[in-house]
Design a protein around this ligand. Structure first.
Ligand code: ZN
Length: 306
């Protein structure tokens, strides 16, 4: 690696793409945001990803920098080894060979990763999990997903689908999940689930953040909904801790914005559930919505070393 080397990183979300030029030490030298435009269909999104990445590589060269690799993060099911975006509900990817398409277009070594897994990679290596070898990164927003990162590498699973923490069964017979099964964690504790449950109980709409505020102010319906979400999250985390014995749990995504209103009761509920297991440290994510972009860059750098 030379002093002018940078990685082109693109984090593709359901509504927007966060893009950056990142140095090997994680320093960001340029950022850009673009709309995903998922309503145009997956082929158009792929074209945009390639155009934006090629544009960033060109801007890097114009600034005297040397783009050495491209990292792309996408949601859904990702076959990282094959470089294929297998499936995505919100963008419509079906078996898109994104890595090969990018290599053909840009001529740069390219790595394709899953948005939450690379976000976990970044939090574990550059963010809130830094310095600890065993990290669980949990993103709680409209859905819930996780990444298990050991010594700086995120487990991918046999089929590219590891880390679907939101679909751990925590409430048999409970609310129906988007995946079609009742009682998944995501159906109880995601930001969307909190808002839905509150509307059901209180008869009036509120976002998850507003529910957290109202619970803190003592409103009974909000307290009940918030407590249900926290208990379900603690059940899920206790299962994960039994399996993985992590040192640090990093929580990000919209629901983590509730700060102590989430972390204090969740820490207490998790503590109650520990028997002989060692209790993990619960910490808020540090990198915000840049985690996916930084993680895509790290993944690309890792792939160069192999
Ligand atoms: Zn589910």
């Amino acid at each position: 690696m030379s002093a002018n080397d940078v990685v082109v990183a693109v984090d593709v979300g359901g509504t927007g793409m966060k893009c950056a030029l990142v140095r090997p030490d994680g320093t960001v030298v340029r950022t850009e945001r673009h709309p995903t435009g998922a309503e145009r269909g997956p082929d158009a999104v792929v074209e945009s990803i390639l155009d934006i990445a090629a544009g960033l590589a060109g801007k890097a060269r114009a600034d005297g920098l040397n783009p050495v690799a491209l990292g792309i993060a996408v949601p859904g099911v990702v076959d990282q080894a094959a470089g294929v975006a297998v499936w995505s509900a919100n963008i419509g990817f079906r078996d898109v060979p994104l890595r090969d398409l990018a290599v053909a277009r840009l001529g740069l070594p390219t790595a394709l990763g899953h948005d939450v897994r690379v976000g976990g990679l970044a939090e574990a290596r550059l963010g809130a999990g830094r310095g600890t070898g065993h990290v669980l990164f949990v993103a709680i927003g409209t859905g819930i997903a996780a990444a298990h990162v050991v010594d700086g590498s995120a487990a991918v699973g046999a089929h590219g689908a590891a880390g679907e923490f939101g679909h751990i069964l925590v409430r048999p017979g409970g609310p129906l999940c988007g995946c079609g099964r009742p009682g998944c964690l995501e159906a109880v504790a995601s930001a969307g689930a909190v808002a839905r449950r509150y509307a059901e109980l209180a008869g009036t709409a509120a976002t998850a953040a507003e529910v957290a505020d109202r619970a803190a102010a003592g409103e009974s319906a909000a307290r009940r909904v918030w407590a249900e979400a926290v208990e379900a999250l603690a059940d899920g985390l206790a299962s994960v801790q039994a399996l993985f014995d992590v040192e640090t749990v990093v929580i990000g995504g919209g629901l983590a914005q509730a700060g102590p209103r989430l972390f204090d009761p969740l820490g207490a509920a998790l503590h109650e559930r520990m028997t002989f297991h060692r209790e993990p440290r619960l910490v808020p994510a540090a990198l915000g919505d840049e985690a996916g972009c930084l993680g895509a860059a790290l993944l690309a750098l890792d792939s160069l070393e192999k």
